[in-house]
Design a binder for this molecule. Structure first.
Ligand SMILES: [Zn+2]
Ligand SMILES: [Zn+2]
Length: 223
């Protein structure tokens, strides 16, 4: 408890002239000072701190979560007799896994501090990296399928970008799944089997075909 009056005294000594309550200049300095001050007065709730520790948060992550500095976190951890799990957070996920923690904050080489999700093999993986991999794979599969389908719209010959090329099912009854983003997460073999039932159309021609304004060329109907 000795710390609290010491800080108040320091704040009083600085006076209103040097630390105006809503100073807009030197915002970083003012922010760090006022936050530390506020947390030491109000304290950090033990339950909240224990919850973050149980989630495997590091001191740094707790500071970010609570919006205070690491020194404050260290002080309250000591005060409440809590310990973060440094080894667990850095390289050993077994403890967290066994505790049934499916998501935690860890450092990703590419994305920095990020949300990691427990995968089916029991490893924590960066959610952003996983989303990137899925997007890359979809793009690759689409590029393969588009190339195999001739690389251009069967009606107008458009071939500038794969994003504007669609797979249109010749026989809607034979359709197992669409080859939009969702369909492209399947295996290449099954996506290929589906693409074989389709004609490649650009966005414009696809829209025209769907409303019956344009007709598919007869030689495309070879199924
Ligand atoms: Zn990442
Ligand atoms: Zn077209």
């Amino acid at each position: 408890m000795g710390r609290v009056p010491a800080v108040s005294k320091a704040a009083n000594l600085l006076g209103p002239a040097t630390t105006p309550p809503r100073a807009t200049h030197r915002p970083e300095h003012t922010f760090a000072f006022s936050v530390r001050f506020e947390w030491q007065i109000r304290g950090v709730d033990r339950e909240e701190l224990a919850r973050l520790v149980a989630l495997g948060y590091t001191q740094r992550a707790i500071a970010v979560e609570l919006g205070c500095v690491q020194t404050t976190v260290r002080y309250w951890l000591r005060r409440w007799g809590l310990k973060t799990q440094p080894t667990l957070a850095i390289d050993d996920g077994r403890g967290a896994r066994d505790a049934g923690i499916t998501e935690r904050e860890l450092d990703c080489k590419k994305h920095g501090r990020a949300r990691f999700v427990l995968d089916t093999q029991g490893c924590y993986r960066c959610a952003k990296c996983r989303a990137d991999r899925v997007a890359t794979r979809r793009r690759q599969i689409k590029e393969i399928l588009v190339t195999e389908a001739g690389g251009r719209c069967v009606l107008c010959g458009y071939d500038r970008h794969v994003a504007a090329l669609h797979f249109h099912h010749r026989d809607p009854a034979a359709k197992r799944f669409g080859l939009g983003a969702g369909g492209l997460t399947r295996s290449l073999a099954s996506a290929r089997a589906e693409a074989a039932k389709c004609d490649l159309l650009c966005s414009n021609c696809h829209a025209e075909v769907e409303v019956g304004f344009a007709a598919l060329p007869p030689d495309a109907d070879c199924a």
